[in-house]
Design a protein around this ligand. Structure first.
Ligand SMILES: Nc1ncnc2c1ncn2[C@@H]1O[C@H](COP(=O)(O)OP(=O)(O)OP(=O)(O)O)[C@@H](O)[C@H]1O
Ligand SMILES: [Mg+2]
Length: 244
């Protein structure tokens, strides 16, 4: 399988804090890859560098074989992003949020409305099309953000804690959707604090702690190597309890 993302010697600091401390990883086309790790480990910083929101300080990161520092716009047009923190426009309806977002990809209103219906149907939130964002539940907002991330038919989907705060039923719905996308050939990159989610979705995971990757492998191989379930592996490798 060819690589869709490669990172070599990646580092990023915020003032004196080295949030990402020289990491290497490679993500294969078509796989689902998860970053696990405690609060503050550096997961979101890595996601932001990949979706070209932040430039790396050191190292080389290529997405679709394109350097994130050189031609970020060519990467952005081909990826979908679900950020950790909700950033829907509260002044707009569900449908309007999607149509406005599509402009970012040069998709005009006539073209974007049918795509928006398609994605709202996929995310099971079609019946809320005319509702204002402020009237949605947390789970509905998350599904809408997933619909929004799909407006440009991305080859790679970056999901930063896609199911944090969702009830078990909503979480399983999102898992089903992500598995469907994977079956259709979309590469998935996600972060999660739920070990069950990592086991349900991820072909491979990287466990991060204090800016470094401490292990990368399939959940199965990590469990064989360290014994116990994935939560046990996580606790062994990060030496701290789980934080949600
Ligand atoms: N804009 C910023 N300015 C200063 N420090 C930051 C900024 N963003 C993140 N940090 C710090 O960088 C470190 C890594 O943060 P990051 O958000 O990447 O962690 P994370 O693994 O995503 O954590 P969480 O699981 O809580 O989302 C943390 O110590 C955080 O406080
Ligand atoms: Mg984060």
């Amino acid at each position: 399988m060819e690589s869709i993302i490669t990172a070599r010697g990646l580092a990023k600091s915020y003032n004196s804090l080295r949030a990402v401390d020289g990491i290497d990883f490679e993500i294969k086309t078509g796989e689902c890859f998860g970053f696990l790790g405690p609060n503050g480990a550096g997961k979101t910083t890595v996601m932001k560098i990949i979706y070209c929101f932040l430039p790396p300080d050191e190292g080389e990161v290529k997405v679709f074989d394109i350097d994130v520092k050189k031609e970020p716009w060519r990467i952005k047009s081909r990826i979908g992003v679900l950020p950790q923190h909700e950033n829907l426009d509260p002044d707009l309806s569900v449908m309007e949020n999607l149509v406005v977002y599509a402009r970012y990809f040069d998709i005009g209103k006539n073209a974007s409305v049918p795509i928006a219906w398609e994605m709202l149907e996929f995310a099971e939130i079609k019946e809320k099309a005319d509702v204002n964002i402020l009237k949605l539940s947390g789970g509905m907002k998350r599904r809408l953000q997933l619909a929004r991330a799909l407006m440009n038919y991305p080859e790679l989907l970056v999901l930063d804690e896609p199911t944090t705060g969702l009830d078990p039923h909503s979480r399983h719905t999102v898992w089903d959707k992500l598995n469907q996308l994977k079956e259709q050939g979309t590469t998935l990159l996600l972060t999660t604090h739920y070990m069950e989610e990592a086991e349900a979705l991820c072909d491979r995971v990287a466990i991060m702690d204090r800016g470094k990757i401490v292990a990368t492998d399939s959940p199965k191989k990590l469990m064989e190597r360290h014994g116990g379930n994935l939560e046990h592996v996580y606790l062994t490798l990060t030496g701290r309890p789980l934080e949600a």
